[in-house]
Design a protein around this ligand. Structure first.
Ligand SMILES: [Zn+2]
Length: 594
């Protein structure tokens, strides 16, 4: 039994999240964490909203609110969405807590003391009218290489070349159209090349990662450059150095602060648990495991930059040094990255309305219907398309007809004929075979889940469900109604209900809401699949209050076959899943913009 950190990507709080976001990291990390807890591991699943940076500042300006007000609004929306999906965070917090500021500043200080943070003078674009820095992506102009007039300050989408904003011909602000001024400005950089050797040695030990992630990460090491970790901005974590900490125009760059969130959230969780040092078991024990979940656009931060930062803080880069005051910190065990989800063949786009937000989805459909689609057909290792037709088909053919009907038929037949879980008589070979198949599922589904092969894992669980359906139609217990054959009917239903109970456990990490219902239909009481709660908390260090997601996940089912209890009374069941009318496909397609 190990301490397992599930470090989940931090959603950016500039708007509601759509189902593409949660299919990449949210649901897969929850499936993994639930499985690991059921298998007896001590899981710490943490994340929060990422709330600093220019996009939030720019959007707040446009709406005439403060960045904090904007972040407050979307922090709450995102917390409620993740709650609706049943994502079992031990702590889902935010980057505007005082605890987070202190941990970010501690890592900055440790890296600085070890010599891994270097100062450099660069050219920065400023808005002449507001005096504010214009980030690269908010500058547009003509590409100096191909002449494309819509090139951005960071790259030309026409020829694909990387650019610096001062190279653009006729540069202009995307915010208000004015011509930016370029001025010299001093910034701090993380000395990434100083970690190249240590990172290379570490990646050589990571041979069980998904091959695309490993190859991509190794390639990044070929050309590591120092990376800016401060920005000309008012909204963010202050720079913890003399002559800098009181400046209002320089802040720590949002990416640097956000990756440190995994650690600060773990520390916040420990402080809230009443054991302020408890986080160390996940970050410093040599046998602790750390899994990081994200979309593929974030691999670089988790397989190279964050490990570099951890090495530097621990004093393990080329320049040596000693661990900062928190002590040396563990590197990730695995970076679990997913690919992209598209929507009806197109990229998700809020501006073009090619989108469905989590909130809207959950108003019309059940969370487990989406969780099932993501597990069975999500972007685990390939870019994948979400179509409403496929969503409805999988819901109706697989969840409702395959699994829900099996539960419904067996429970209602047992309720009607016995009023309880019937007693089994002597078992036939067929009875024993289907029981063995279900029990074997714990090893086969578990092995796949442990290797982050969730698509194959749910396929394997549904194969067991199909075997159970076949057993039921072969045995046809509904034909055995006369008094003489009723004992055999009882045996078949007993076997079928045991297999259903096992299948329900196998499906619990994927479908926690319906697993709880099936547990209760089988006469079970208490918590089978624990759920997160939204709790309003005070900031631990005197900042404003905020909502967090948290829960007690030490209760619930374990990953094993548990014998059902003969004689437990059963009632006529309500359907576990909702069958969808095919007309919703047309309705949803009409909602999509073109
Ligand atoms: Zn170009």
């Amino acid at each position: 039994m190990s301490h397992v950190l599930a470090a989940v990507a931090w959603p950016y709080a500039n708007g509601p999240r759509h189902i593409g976001h949660v299919s990449g990291f949210g649901v897969p990390s929850d499936v993994f964490s639930r499985f690991m807890r059921m298998s007896g591991h001590d899981v710490l699943m943490v994340s929060g909203t990422d709330e600093h940076g220019t996009p939030i500042q720019v959007q707040a300006d446009a709406e005439g609110v403060t960045p904090r007000e904007l972040a407050d609004r979307y922090n709450r929306v995102i917390v409620e969405d993740l709650h609706g999906l049943g994502l079992s965070y031990d702590l889902f917090t935010r980057t505007t807590t005082r605890n987070h500021y202190a941990v970010v500043q501690e890592l900055f200080t440790g890296l600085h003391e070890n010599g891994y943070i270097i100062a450099k003078t660069t050219l920065g674009a400023k808005s002449p009218s507001t005096g504010r820095t214009l980030p690269d992506r908010y500058i547009e102009g003509t590409c100096p290489i191909c002449g494309y007039t819509g090139a951005r300050g960071d790259q030309c989408d026409n020829c694909g070349n990387q650019l610096d904003p001062e190279q653009l011909i006729d540069p202009r602000s995307k915010i208000n159209g004015e011509t930016p001024e370029f001025v010299e400005t001093e910034h701090f950089f993380l000395d990434l090349p100083a970690f190249a050797e240590a990172l290379g040695k570490w990646l050589d030990t990571r041979d069980d990662w998904r091959p695309n992630v490993l190859k991509f990460s190794r390639n990044l090491l070929e050309d590591l450059q120092p990376r800016a970790i401060t920005r000309d901005l008012e909204w963010g974590v202050p720079i913890p150095l003399d002559d800098w900490r009181d400046r209002n125009d320089k802040r720590i760059y949002v990416w640097f602060d956000a990756v440190i969130g995994y650690l600060s959230a773990s520390i916040e969780w420990a402080r809230r648990s009443g054991e302020p040092d408890a986080w160390r078991k996940w970050w410093q024990d040599s046998d602790a495991l750390g899994y990081y979940f994200m979309g593929k656009d974030n691999i670089v931060f988790h397989s190279v930059i964050w490990p570099g930062l951890l090495l530097g803080y621990s004093g393990e880069g080329d320049k040596g040094g000693k661990p900062g005051s928190l002590g040396a910190l563990n590197l990730p065990t695995e970076v679990v990255s997913s690919e992209y989800l598209t929507m009806e063949g197109r990229k998700f786009s809020s501006s073009r309305k090619v989108v469905i937000y989590v909130r809207d989805f959950l108003e019309r459909y059940d969370a487990d219907a989406l969780r099932y689609f993501i597990a069975a057909a999500g972007p685990e290792s390939n870019d994948t398309d979400f179509t409403w037709a496929e969503f409805v088909r999988r819901n109706n053919d697989e969840l409702v007809a395959g699994w829900g009907n099996l539960v419904n038929r067996c429970v209602s037949m047992a309720a009607k004929n016995f009023g309880a879980i019937p007693e089994p008589g002597e078992l036939t070979d067929e009875d024993r075979a289907v029981l063995d198949t279900a029990r074997a599922g714990f090893a086969s589904v578990g092995a796949l889940l442990g290797k982050h092969r969730q698509k194959a894992a749910i396929g394997e669980a549904m194969r067991v469900v199909a075997e159970a359906n076949k057993y039921l139609s072969d045995q046809a217990p509904w034909k055995l109604k006369d008094e003489a054959s009723k004992p055999r009917m009882g045996t078949i239903l007993h076997v079928a209900l045991q297999v259903i109970s096992d299948c329900n456990t196998l499906l619990t990490p994927f479908l926690p809401h319906s697993a709880q219902k099936v547990h209760e239909l089988l006469g079970g009481t208490g918590v089978h699949a624990p759920m997160p709660s939204i709790v309003e908390v005070e900031d631990l260090d005197g900042g404003p209050a905020y909502p967090v997601l948290t829960g007690d996940y030490t209760v619930g089912a374990t990953w094993e076959s548990v014998p059902i209890k003969t004689g437990i009374s059963l009632a006529a069941p309500k359907p576990v899943f909702k069958k969808l009318d095919p007309s919703v496909i047309e309705e949803e397609l009409e909602r999509l913009g073109s």
